[in-house]
Design a binder for this molecule. Structure first.
Ligand code: GLY
Length: 402
């Protein structure tokens, strides 16, 4: 046997004998600075906003957090960040802060003004129930699901996203995320109708939001009398026919989550299709531009939040894939995105920075929150780190991928 073959055989043996332990040590080591920075920044935010009834949303040009009321779609992410950090560290500082910021959202359980009650309550009360389960959290989540269900239209077969005059019955790809509230509630004392509505919405989205190449439309408008599609548009993307990066990331995460609750194979297959479309178009440095088709690339802002959402979704997706090669494909892609985000310029390491993950874009067409820190970018970044460590067996035993 020549030297090269011996070396190759030795390499394969090493990889087979201890790949998990080596990978998990390596990943723990590489993510440690980002986790430590996230812990410090969250601690500073809790101290700075101790008495506030408003919730951090994005970093303003003056470097301060812009804060919003509890019914804003982003209000659940700060308590969600605190619960994630509480779960990772088991530090009572984060546990108490997470409780306080979560309880501040209790009134949202009857807010029926948009589909975003799903984002708000799953990230706050949903994480609370995961980390420190109690009957009060469950009661709030069940009422929130009842409220969300009032936005379901059986003729359309979907939850209505927004109430505005531009569309008759708009459903946005982001709405896949809100289904988690209905799925969870249906399995924890809620009703069959919640489950059926979530499945119907996911099926309609699969049919009408996804293009043959696996990319996604942002907004689909429906006729409430017939249920037929009236228009396919965008709101935050570059054009109706382009692919808004965060929308594509919501689709990866949303269809994977729908599979987690329903075990419907078509949702898993759809998650794979939209994941493939995302990864095919991801730049070589692993961080998406705000829209995959905006003509100004490479002179366009990134959306690190889309990368964080996709990384978290891909990690869960990989956990459902039986084929070893495919499982690695999605897991490795997620880790590549995560490691790109876990260093400068995306990780906000500069002295005086208040956020965690920079270079995210809320809405480029509206010139709103462009190339800045967004609290949901921070949330999915921390979640993706937690999931990556759990998948590699490097998280503490109370932490899981879900
Ligand atoms: N769900 C709103 C957004 O992703 O910007």
């Amino acid at each position: 046997m020549n030297g090269l073959r011996v070396a190759l055989l030795f390499g394969v043996c090493i990889a087979l004998l201890c790949p998990m332990e080596m990978r998990s040590q390596d990943l723990t080591h590489k993510l440690a600075p980002a986790l430590s920075l996230a812990r410090d920044r969250l601690r500073q935010m809790v101290i700075a906003y101790g008495d506030s009834v408003r919730y951090p949303r994005s970093i303003l040009p003056n470097g301060q957090w812009r804060t919003v009321r509890p019914t804003d779609w982003t209000s659940g992410f700060f308590p969600g960040c605190l619960w994630q950090m509480a779960g990772i560290t088991r530090d009572s500082f984060f546990l108490r802060a997470a409780e306080r910021w979560t309880n501040g959202l209790e009134s949202v359980q009857t807010y029926d003004g948009s589909h975003d009650i799903g984002f708000i309550m799953v990230c706050s009360f949903g994480n609370a129930q995961r980390v420190e389960p109690c009957p009060e959290y469950r009661t709030v989540l069940l009422q929130s699901a009842r409220t969300l269900l009032t936005r379901y239209n059986p003729t359309v077969g979907c939850i209505r996203s927004w109430d505005n005059r531009k569309w008759e019955f708009p459903v946005i790809i982001d709405n896949m995320m809100n289904l988690e509230l209905l799925f969870w509630a249906s399995q924890h004392g809620g009703t069959r109708a919640m489950y059926d509505a979530a499945v119907s919405h996911a099926e309609r989205t699969m049919k009408n939001h996804i293009r043959p190449d696996g990319s996604t439309y942002h907004v689909v408008d429906y006729d409430t009398l017939t249920g037929r599609v009236l228009a396919k548009n965008t709101h935050q993307g570059a054009s109706d026919s382009s692919t808004w990066s965060r929308g594509q990331a919501w689709a990866i995460y949303g269809f994977t989550m729908a599979y987690r609750y329903s075990h419907e194979g078509e949702f898993l297959a759809t998650a794979v299709r939209v994941a493939d479309a995302f990864l095919r178009r991801l730049p070589a440095d692993h961080v998406p531009y705000w829209d995959f088709d905006t003509p100004g690339i490479p002179n366009e802002p990134r959306d690190a939040s889309a990368g964080a959402v996709a990384a978290s979704g891909l990690l869960e997706l990989s956990s459902f894939i039986e084929d070893e090669v495919l499982r690695r494909r999605y897991g490795d892609a997620a880790v590549s995105i995560l490691l790109a985000l876990a260093q400068a310029p995306y990780l906000q390491t500069a002295d005086g920075s208040r956020g965690i993950l920079g270079h995210s874009t809320g809405s480029k067409p509206a010139a709103s929150e462009v190339d800045t820190d967004l609290i949901y970018g921070d949330y999915y970044f921390i979640e993706a780190m937690r999931r990556a460590l759990a998948l590699e067996g490097a998280a503490n035993q109370t932490e899981s991928v879900r």
